[in-house]
Structures are given as C-alpha cells and as structure tokens.
Ligand binder design. Structure first.
Ligand SMILES: C[S@@+](CC[C@H](N)C(=O)[O-])C[C@H]1O[C@@H](n2cnc3c(N)ncnc32)[C@H](O)[C@@H]1O
Ligand code: SF4
Length: 390
C-alpha cells in the first residue's frame, strides 16, 4: 500500500447507514431485512422515527464529521425524494457534513423508480447503486425481478445523466449459466458501467424460497468448480477492462471505490439507523456494536416510545475488535496493516502461520509491511482468515 493510501486507511472516517426495509415484492434468493406491505406505508411516521434515531445516535457519538451516507434496503428508491432530503438535512443538523460527502442510494431499476432520480439528486444524493442483477429477461424472471433487461439499461442511462457516480449489481453463477454466456453478459455490463460494479456470486440463503427449491433439486446452480471458473473469469475480464476487484465482489476504477463500504471493510465507525441496522460507535475509546429491532413496525414503536430502536449494544473486547478488523480488512485487495491489528489486540499475528500461508501463495506482504490476500487466496478467503485469527 502506498503511504498516502495507508494514511487514508487509517484516517478517521464516519459513515451513516439508513435502512429502508420495504420492497414491492420479495425476490426468492434474498434474505435481506426487506418486507412487502400491501397496505400503504406511513412514510411520514417512519421519517419522524428516522429523525429521532439520528438524534439519539448523534447524542452518543457527537462531533463527528460524516464521510459517507448510504441509503440501503430493502428498496430505498421507494422513498419519496423529500423524505430522503429531510433525512439528509437531519444528519447535517447533528453532525458536520462536508460538501464532498458521498451519498449513495440503492435503487431498483424499474421505470417508475428512475423517474425519481432527479428528485434524489436535488435532495443531495450523488451516487446511485442499481440492482440490475442480470441482463437477460429469462434470468430476471427466474430471479423474481420486476423489471426487464431493457428497463434496467434505461434506468442505468438515466442514472448516468442524473448522478456524478453510479454503480450496478449483477448476480452470476445463476442456474445453467455457462462461462461463455457470462462473458458476453459481463462485457456488455462493463460497456454500460462507468467506474464501479458489484458482482455477486449467487448464494443460497437459509429460509428463502431458493433454499427450498435447491434442497428439493428443482433449482440447480453451478457446483464449486464451475462457480470457481466463473469467479476466475470475472476477475480476468474486469481487471483487463480497468475495473479490478478492490473487494471480493466489488470492482472499481482506482479511486472510484464506494467510500461507504470502505468504512466497513477498514473497520471505521458508522451509525446504523432504521430497522435491523448495525452500527459501530466508539464511546470513551471503546467500540460498541449496535443493532436495532428488525421488524419495521416493532422498530417504529420502539423508537416512538424510547427515542431509538436499539436492541443490542455490546462492548467489543479488544480481541473481538481485532478479529473483526482482520475479517473485514482481508476482504480488501489492499489488505491490512498488521500494526493496526497489534494496536487493537495487543498481540502480533502469528509469524509461523503467516509464513505457511505465504509458502502456499495465499497471502503476501507488500509496501511498508502491509499484508494482503493473493488472487490464489481469495477463493479460500474464509479459511485464510480463520487460520490467521486462530
Ligand atoms: C439490498 S439489495 C440491492 C437493492 C435493491 N433492493 C435491488 O434488489 O435492486 C443488495 C444486493 O445484494 C445482492 N444479493 C442479494 N441476495 C443475494 C444472493 N442470495 N446471492 C447473491 N447476491 C445477492 C443483489 O445483487 C442485490 O442487488
Ligand atoms: S433483492 Fe432487493 S428488491 Fe429483492 S427482496 Fe432483496 S432487497 Fe428487495
């Protein structure tokens, strides 16, 4: 890591995550905290609760300068632009928000939502992340999506005109997907992308409809070897196109990484607002891991009676904090600064384990002592991290 990047990685960053927990329909692969409601949602009531929870977070973590804000979901592009604007104003009332702050909103690429893009831009959003998922209609249907490939591409074109920065998500290693098909789709996606792409390998999450279908043999996805081949192909195509992976599933032109996601992976502080939001806040030099009530209506009632929706607030031990730093940081291509691990945990990483992992070609040192996972190590990242953290 060049010394200026190292300085950046260490420099204080503070993110604010805002969770909008509703979707128009539930995709059969998704286990995010997202809910479908057939009755109208009282957006004003939710807005008041968001305002209260921002205030309670600011009371616990005062004086911070916000470096990124992220509206995630669920489907935040179902919110009215005015609601997003008021939430941003509220964040600005409680913390310092510099003009260059990154403000991302996740959007579903339907034509209805794309009509709100200008409103979000006017409200202060400067980056949009679109859930395109696939560029062929049969796959989109199988994934339970409510948009066609053309509609998604139209939304990308509107995003390009409306925002300084945009990204979109694709899911690969889908049922029956061949490397030749994925290569064509990915190259087409790169042609539509500007600076950032999130490329997720389909995972079968417990308690989702895909899980039941997969278990019964009705949904067959590429096996480990085929998944690995698709992953390797993804890395090669993106790197050749100038969009290398800076994290396991995230690709960007150098300098165009999502700053908010870097807050998580570099183990900086962030406030979590909204149902089921996680936070990491430092109070008196000790890190608190917080989580709010997941169910939207229960969260709302909790905030209305207590002023916050927090249900878990745990002080992390130095060991837990260091493990989290390792787990998150090794997802990044830049890896970690072992000196920060030592400062957090009070112990060094085991030199014998590092030496063995280096012999196998799974990790390497570079720059002034940083440690990163190699391309050969990334496919077995969990095992590498478990070995180092043991
Ligand atoms: C909260 S969603 C994005 C915003 C929006 N709700 C949408 O779907 O367009 C985050 C992303 O996670 C990815 N994702 C969700 N479940 C997944 C799964 N089981 N396997 C792979 N990727 C998944 C999708 O690419 C999705 O766009
Ligand atoms: S993938 Fe997005 S739209 Fe689909 S259920 Fe999950 S959060 Fe909602």
């Amino acid at each position: 890591m060049a010394s200026f990047e190292r300085h950046y990685a260490r420099r204080a960053a503070f993110g604010v995550y805002v969770h909008w927990p509703f979707c128009l329909s539930k995709c059969p692969y998704c286990d995010f905290n997202s809910h479908v409601r057939h009755a109208a949602i009282d957006e004003q009531r939710f807005l008041r609760a968001f305002e209260a929870e921002i205030a309670s977070n600011a009371a616990r973590a005062p004086g911070r300068t916000v470096t990124s804000i992220f509206f995630g979901g669920g489907t935040p592009s179902l919110m009215q632009p005015e609601t997003v604007g008021t939430i941003l104003d509220t964040i600005g009332k409680h913390w310092t928000v510099p003009p260059n702050v990154e403000v991302t909103l996740e959007a579903n690429p339907t034509s209805v939502e794309a009509t709100r893009f200008r409103g979000y831009r006017a409200a202060g959003v400067n980056r949009v992340s679109l859930g395109v998922q696939a560029l062929d209609d049969a796959s989109l249907k199988e994934l339970g999506r409510m948009h066609t490939a053309q509609e998604a591409l139209d939304a990308v074109a509107i995003a390009r005109k409306s925002f300084e920065r945009y990204s979109f998500d694709l899911i690969y290693a889908r049922p029956r997907q061949t490397p030749a098909e994925w290569e064509i789709e990915l190259k087409r996606a790169i042609g539509e992308a500007a600076e950032h792409l999130s490329l997720y390998q389909l995972t079968i999450e417990p308690e989702t409809p895909f899980h039941a279908l997969h278990k019964s043999g009705k949904l067959v996805i590429p096996d480990d070897d085929a998944g690995r081949a698709l992953y390797d192909l993804t890395q090669e195509i993106c790197a050749n196109a100038g969009l290398p992976a800076y994290e396991v599933s995230n690709h960007a032109r150098p300098g165009a990484e999502c700053r908010h996601n870097l807050v998580y992976w570099r183990a900086h502080e962030y406030a979590g607002v909204g149902p089921g939001a996680h936070g990491r806040i430092d109070i008196d030099g000790r890190r608190h891991a917080t989580m709010t009530e997941k169910k939207p209506e229960a969260w709302l009632m909790r905030v209305e009676s207590l002023g916050h929706g927090t249900v878990t607030d745990e002080l992390l031990t130095s060991e837990e904090r260091a493990d989290e730093f390792l787990l998150m940081g090794l997802r990044l291509a830049e890896g970690i600064d072992p000196a920060r691990y030592e400062a957090l945990s009070g112990r060094t990483l085991d030199p014998d384990r590092i030496a063995t992992l280096k012999e196998h070609g799974f990790v390497e040192s570079y720059g002034d002592g940083c440690l990163r996972v190699t391309p050969a190590g990334f496919p077995i990242l969990d095992a590498v991290v478990a070995d180092l953290a043991a």
